[in-house]
Design a protein around this ligand. Structure first.
Ligand SMILES: NC(=O)c1ccc[n+]([C@@H]2O[C@H](COP(=O)([O-])OP(=O)(O)OC[C@H]3O[C@@H](n4cnc5c(N)ncnc54)[C@H](O)[C@@H]3O)[C@@H](O)[C@H]2O)c1
Length: 242
């Protein structure tokens, strides 16, 4: 349990990994700002509020810079301690079939969003001389068939993470990335069983991960005891290498 009131912003938090992250951080005693473009997030936030923390849902399309600026224009950012850039989508298809819209939407949602939201809160974190940024990448960052758009965005996140770790360390802000493997969420629910089985075969632990596996790792990176970790990637994939 933490003693100070500390607020953490989590994007893409109405369901899946983002929701599990919010739930875990709320249990840790953090105040939570849940961001999603699904307006249901306002009600979802009520489900993670505990006696020891506050939770609010804010509707915002994180792929759009002006939407982020507008959503937080009058928001008091003084006590922002952490940012978790988790929102992401995929539009998988072979590059020869990929159209501009599939490229554009994925790059804007998965990569531009990381700039848009980090930019929104960074001045306050620098002023506080304290903070944590956790970016959710993917094992696909190393390249994966059918994911030229997604892999490019997720590789971009790694470069962004390592650059911010160098630039912001002097402000006591630590930036790290999590690299999930195959995790059971609504994003992966549509993957056909035969493809899931192929993944399980490739995973040394022989099982698909859970959103809580990622959430527990974010909790660790937000904990003051992990304060000397900066600019690193933590794989949460049971050993999966694509
Ligand atoms: N599930 C996996 O196996 C897996 C593996 C590696 C990485 N990841 C990454 O983890 C993150 C979460 O994935 P998930 O599986 O929980 O996905 P999900 O589709 O289950 O949930 C994504 C959430 O993000 C929100 N969202 C999407 N676009 C948004 C936007 N423009 N603005 C605001 N909110 C938006 C959605 O409404 C949803 O609530 C993503 O970045 C994904 O790429 C997932």
């Amino acid at each position: 349990m933490i003693s100070l009131s500390k607020k953490i912003v989590v994007t893409g938090s109405n369901r899946g990994i983002g929701y599990a992250i919010c739930k875990r951080l709320a249990e840790d005693g953090f105040d939570i700002v849940m961001i999603d473009y699904d307006s249901e997030v306002i009600n979802t936030a009520k489900t993670i509020k505990t006696e020891n923390n506050s939770a609010e849902g804010i509707v915002c399309d994180v792929s759009d810079y002006s939407s982020c600026q507008k959503a937080f224009e009058y928001y008091n950012k003084d006590d922002i301690y952490g940012v978790v850039n988790n929102a992401g989508i995929n539009r998988d298809t072979l590059f020869i079939n990929m159209n501009y819209d599939q490229w554009d939407k994925v790059i804007k949602t998965d990569l531009y969003s990381v700039f848009n939201i980090t930019k929104t809160f960074i001045d306050s974190m620098i002023k506080n001389n304290c903070g944590r940024i956790v970016n959710v990448s993917s094992a696909s960052w190393q390249g994966n068939i059918g994911q030229a758009n997604y892999a490019s965005a997720k590789a971009g996140i790694i470069g962004f993470t390592k650059t911010l770790a160098r630039e912001l360390g002097k402000y006591n802000i630590k930036t790290n990335a999590i690299v999930p493997g195959f995790i059971k969420t609504p994003m992966t629910d549509n993957v056909p069983d035969n493809i899931k089985d192929k993944f399980i075969e490739k995973i040394p632990l022989k099982k698909i991960g859970l959103p809580e596996d990622v959430a527990n790792t974010v909790s660790f990176l937000m904990n003051e005891k992990s304060g000397y970790i900066n600019g690193t990637l933590i794989e949460v994939g049971g050993g999966l290498v694509l």
